[in-house]
Ligand binder design. Structure first.
Ligand SMILES: Cc1ncc(C[n+]2csc(CCOP(=O)(O)OP(=O)(O)O)c2C)c(N)n1
Ligand SMILES: [Mg+2]
Length: 464
């Protein structure tokens, strides 16, 4: 099988060659990669279905519907139990003590930042915020085993991915305050971070749009990986919630990723809720993992409170995603959304407080890792107190600095889409200048870098 690219033909995957596929006269070889077959011919005596749409299915005269509710639910992969004890001592945790300590520090940092930012929003100092409580292990654990060159697409509850990849406290705070130092120039709402330097696409509020983007980017990477064999191959990693998986975009993306066999990991954070909608109202099947199997993908369900399981699963998924030139993998990470959906939500309007308290007490990615660290005698209460107090200070220093920065120049509202300012934009700039000058009390333009001059300069410097 080959793809046309200009006049060159690029070899994709040996297993796709029609000569290696079934023909009616051959005895089907199972488990041959039947999904990859392209040409088949049926014979009168065939014992298996050879319609092009469902290859290699045995004929049966038993009338029996598939009944998923009668099956055992898909198992959930774990490395350590709730008390932090490793289940398979021989397999261990694949993590050195020093690395486990770093992961723990990042998880604690994220949880403290979340608490402080949530409070800051309540004080009216930030306009909006979303916490990751209960899901710190998923974002930090999975990001910790990726290559920095892998291309990441997030939803919005993956602040830990940014933190693990090196987004600094200053960068978080500058984005949250939409100040002049924000990489996004204050154009996005809080927590919708982005970093080309860290290979993470900017977050978009519109649910699930990142999933087809990730499938498309993975297809581009598949071609790049083949064209540049001297460069280490890359994959895309796409995060989304189980609620986003109800969007059509999810299905379209997984299907195209599967049919094109692209190197991608789709990580679903199943935290039980899509704002106020519980999973019981979102789907009737066995979570999101059952859908991966439906699209013909390698799929795994993982205990998201177990950072070692998250890491091992993601590492193996990355290896699989690069097998035979590429294939998509789905991981469903199970969690519980401990916090409210966002600062605009009061979750006790639709769930019992006791349910949340129970989850906080019963299981948590931070306490599990802490128990493991303590069992190895590399962590204790004194270290915990010192770490928390140091991180709290560091976060507050970055917060104060960012709060004092000026807002981005108003000109940025007009830049970045067209190469030159258009005639229509010039009209808008004139109208805006007029309004800002007429209502100085309502619009404090001096808090924006360059004040009104930044806007006027935009029209003046435009050559056309
Ligand atoms: C296309 C679209 N529809 C609806 C919304 C409103 N909305 C924002 S977040 C959300 C819930 C998403 O839930 P999930 O994907 O499970 O992620 P979680 O918040 O649980 O992390 C909804 C419905 C939106 N942003 N975009
Ligand atoms: Mg959810």
């Amino acid at each position: 099988m080959s793809l046309r690219q200009g006049t060159r033909r690029i070899r994709i995957n040996k297993a796709w060659e029609p000569s290696r596929c079934l023909s009616g006269s051959q005895t089907p070889r199972i488990p041959f990669g039947w999904q990859e077959c392209r040409s088949v011919a049926s014979t009168a005596s065939a014992e298996r279905v050879l319609f092009p749409g469902a290859l290699n299915s045995k004929f049966t005269n038993t009338l029996k519907f598939l009944r998923p509710s009668a099956n055992e639910a898909i198992s959930t992969y774990r490395v350590m139990d709730q008390s932090g004890a490793v289940i398979d001592k021989e397999a261990g945790v694949d993590t050195e003590d020093e690395e486990a300590l770093e992961l723990y520090r990042n998880m604690v940092c994220l949880s403290i930042m979340d608490l402080l930012m949530f409070e800051a929003q309540r004080q009216g100092r930030l306009s909006f915020y979303m916490v990751s409580a209960g899901e710190e292990g998923i974002s930090i654990g999975s990001a910790s085993v990726l290559s920095p060159a892998d291309v990441v697409f997030c939803q919005y509850r993956e602040t830990g991915v940014y933190m693990q990849r090196g987004f600094t406290l200053d960068q978080f705070m500058n984005q949250l305050f939409a100040n002049s130092k924000d990489i996004g120039l204050g154009r996005n709402m809080p927590v919708h971070y982005g970093s080309s330097e860290l290979n993470i696409h900017t977050i978009s509020s519109t649910l699930a749009t990142q999933i087809p983007h990730a499938a498309g980017a993975a297809y581009a990477l598949k071609l790049q990986n083949q064209q540049q064999p001297e460069v280490p191959p890359r994959i895309t990693v796409c995060y989304f919630g189980e609620g986003a998986a109800s969007e059509g975009d999810f299905h379209a993306a997984l299907n195209i990723a599967a049919t094109r066999q692209v190197p991608a990991i789709f990580i679903c954070r199943n935290n039980g809720y899509a704002i106020s909608t519980p999973t019981s109202d979102q789907y009737r099947g066995d979570g999101i993992a059952s859908r991966g199997a439906g699209y013909g993908m390698d799929t795994l369900r993982v205990d998201g409170n177990d950072i070692f399981a998250v890491r091992r699963a993601t590492k193996e998924a990355r290896r699989l995603a690069l097998e035979n030139g590429g294939k998509p993998v789905l991981i469903e990470m199970m969690a519980y959304r401990v916090g409210h959906h966002s600062t605009s939500d009061d979750s006790f309007a639709y769930r019992q407080k006791v349910e949340v308290e129970d989850w906080k007490r019963r299981d948590n990615p931070l306490t599990r890792l802490r128990k493991w660290l303590e069992s190895r005698n590399i962590w204790d209460e004194a270290k915990e107190r010192e770490l928390r107090s140091r991180l709290r200070k560091e976060i507050l220093v970055a917060f104060d600095k960012a709060e004092k920065e000026k807002k981005p120049g108003i000109k940025h509202a007009f830049e970045g889409v067209w190469e030159d300012i258009t005639e229509e934009q010039k009209m808008h700039i004139e109208e805006l200048t007029d309004i800002l000058q007429r209502y100085p009390k309502e619009y404090d333009i001096e808090q924006h870098e360059g004040g009104l001059a930044s806007l006027l300069e935009l029209v003046k410097t435009d050559k056309k």
